[in-house]
Design a protein around this ligand. Sequence first.
Ligand SMILES: [Zn+2]
Length: 229
Amino acid sequence: MSSCAARSNDALVLSSDPIHPANLICEFCRLFYQNGWVTGTGGGISIRDDDKIYLAPSGVQKERMLPENIFVMSFKTQEYIRKPLSLKPSACTPLFMAAYSKRNAGACIHTHSQNAVMCTLLFDEVFEISSIEQIKALPRITRPGNMWYSDKLVIPIIENTEREEELESSLRVAIEKYPSATAVLVRRHGIYVWGETTWKAKIYNEAIDYLLELAIKMKQMGIPTVKKV
Ligand SMILES: [Zn+2]
């Protein structure tokens, strides 16, 4: 597709269907902004619909995101099939593509949640927590169904880089090293969370943030985050 056609492909993002990916990205951006996860244009959201990858752009205030701001990329060709004029693609794009290709994800969320940042300062190589009811909202990749209450949630932590796109190689390594993980924390930066569907990615992101916040409080009180059995 020519770059001119890619720019004008509005039909890909303009829909009256509230669960169209372009509309959902805008809804999630507003929700996550209210939670303080994507303030100051930080963070990013992407949804995959078969070959189409919908991506929130860089530099747009998340609470003011509009469907016409959304980029669309072909998964197969890795080329943009819709590129809004005057907007820049998100630097998170190669990281989202890693989650799509390595985990067959349906959506990927990146936030600058303070709970995520704090946990990367309190934990070393991995974030760990066990025996908390909320863990049951998360998937257990190694067998069907979700985790159990007493399971241990492990999220790898990778080191931050000066440019977001430079995180791609270490994110790919972490995804391979921790096949059960549905998220990767980035030191002093935030978190990437993915799921099989849009709704699952949203639920996992919320459940993980709850557990990150709880872990900070447990650490403050001197309570181990992993319960001895
Ligand atoms: Zn970021």
